[in-house]
Design a protein around this ligand. Sequence first.
Ligand SMILES: Nc1nc2c([nH]c(=O)n2[C@@H]2O[C@H](COP(=O)(O)OP(=O)(O)OP(=O)(O)O)[C@@H](O)[C@H]2O)c(=O)[nH]1
Ligand SMILES: [Mg+2]
Length: 142
Amino acid sequence: MSDVICVAIGVLVDGEGDDVRVLIAKRPESGVLAGYWEFPGGKLEKDETLEDCVVREFAEELGVRVSVTGCLKAVRHEYDYGVVELNPFYCRWESGELENLAVVDHRWVKPNDLRRYQFPEANISLVERVIIDLGGKVALAS
Ligand SMILES: Nc1nc2c([nH]c(=O)n2[C@@H]2O[C@H](COP(=O)(O)OP(=O)(O)OP(=O)(O)O)[C@@H](O)[C@H]2O)c(=O)[nH]1
Ligand SMILES: [Mg+2]
C-alpha cells in the first residue's frame, strides 16, 4: 500500500450561541478536488507537528494567524490518488485580515448551513460532527 498522505485542517470558529460561524474556503478551479469547499489546511511537512501545520496553512492560504483550541477525530479516506488522513482541529482567530491567497473564496457559515456546500467525500462525517459540537441541538420533547 502506498503511503498515507497526512493532512491537517482547521475548523475556524467565531462567535457563540446563535451567532456561531465557521470558516470555509473554496479550492481553486483546477487541480485536485477543484472548486470544492473545504476547511483550510494542507499536507504535513517534514519535522512539523499537526498543530504547526494547520497554523502555517491558515497563514499561507488566508493570511491570518490562528491558534488551535481542540482536536477532532482523524478521518481516513481513499481517493484515486491515494489514502488521505485528515487531522481536524478547532481553531480561533488571533490576528490578521482574511485574504484569498491560495483559495478562491471564503465564507463564514452557520454550522447548520455547512450541508449546503459541496465538501470532499472525506469530510461528510466531520461536517456532521462539527454541526453537533457547535450546538446543532435536537429539540427534546418534554
Ligand atoms: N485542506 C483540505 N484538504 C482536504 C479536505 N478534505 C480533503 O479530502 N482534503 C484533501 O487533503 C489533501 C491535501 O490538502 P491540500 O490540497 O489542501 O494540500 P496543500 O494545501 O498542502 O496543497 P499543495 O499540495 O498544493 O501544496 C487533498 O487531497 C485534499 O483533497 C479539507 O477539508 N481541507
Ligand atoms: Mg490546502
